[in-house]
Design a protein around this ligand. Structure first.
Ligand SMILES: NC(=O)c1ccc[n+]([C@@H]2O[C@H](COP(=O)([O-])OP(=O)(O)OC[C@H]3O[C@@H](n4cnc5c(N)ncnc54)[C@H](OP(=O)(O)O)[C@@H]3O)[C@@H](O)[C@H]2O)c1
Length: 234
């Protein structure tokens, strides 16, 4: 049974979060998306807000204005932190935690008092937390940190539900820092190596986000939507 009515997607102005927001809006939810630059969202079905997930006062104010929130989805992140350990600049990896782990936790804590009693919380980690891909030890640790929140909070925050989705390679603006040709070549090579033979779309991963947010028996679960990436070397 679906109970979701008001959805807030922090990081929902792009990629997976935006796709999840659109899927929920198409099902009749009131959907709010928030990020530091909300102007990039032009959908009339979504309400876009300016918000930095690192700002607890702003998160609390937005959440209070929307309360009670039935589904909180957090999809924000930066895209730093990849590279072999021998060459990895630890200051860059520290910034990656500042761009994903700490704002995820900040959003959770600041929004908590404004969630409905039966609310769902859905986070997004990454398959690097489970796979053994060279060059992902740092970013894997970051995503493992995010995903490790799920099980204890599923019990601590009950009857609210807490889940995460763990994507592999997803074609979103997260990859915009790569030059077009390098990205095309990397995606083509990855697609050939993936068991599903394609790079995931934002919509495919968003489908799992929506499942976690709306299935009222699902809690403490991490859904892997990685095209089988965790079984191969890309
Ligand atoms: N794409 C992939 O291949 C992939 C793979 C595995 C995991 N993931 C994970 O999936 C999640 C979604 O990624 P995506 O691919 O959809 O990336 P994306 O298209 O770059 O979207 C990230 C969103 O987060 C927002 N954001 C970043 N920092 C924020 C902050 N401090 N406060 C509020 N909003 C913030 C960005 O908007 P503003 O810049 O306007 O703030 C943007 O809307 C991330 O956690 C990412 O690590 C992605």
């Amino acid at each position: 049974m679906e109970t979701t009515r008001t959805t807030l997607v922090v990081g929902g102005t792009s990629g997976i979060g935006l796709a999840a927001a659109r899927q929920r809006a198409a099902r009749g939810d009131t959907v709010h998306v928030a990020s530091r630059d909300p102007a990039k969202v032009t959908d009339s079905a979504l309400v876009a807000h300016r918000l930095d997930g690192n700002d607890p006062t702003a998160v609390a104010a937005l959440a209070a204005s929307l309360a009670p929130i039935d589904a909180l989805v957090v999809t924000l992140s930066g895209s730093d932190g990849v590279g072999p350990l021998a060459d990895l600049d630890l200051a860059v990896l520290r910034r990656a935690f500042e761009a994903k782990f700490w704002p995820t936790l900040t959003v959770l804590q600041a929004a908590l008092p404004h969630l409905a009693e039966q609310a769902s919380i859905t986070l997004v980690g990454a398959i690097s937390a489970h796979a053994a891909m060279p060059g992902t030890a740092g970013i894997g640790a970051l995503n493992a940190a995010v995903e490790s929140l799920v099980r204890p909070l599923a019990v601590e925050l009950a009857p609210r539900r807490v889940n995460a989705v763990s994507p592999g390679l997803v074609d979103t603006p997260w990859w915009d820092a790569l030059p077009d040709q390098a990205r095309t070549d990397y995606f083509a090579a990855a697609a050939a190596g993936l068991p599903v033979r394609h790079v995931s779309s934002a919509d495919e991963v968003a489908g799992a986000v929506v499942l976690a947010a709306t299935n009222t028996s699902m809690t403490g679960t991490i859904i892997e939507v990685d095209g089988g990436a965790r079984f191969v070397q890309l």
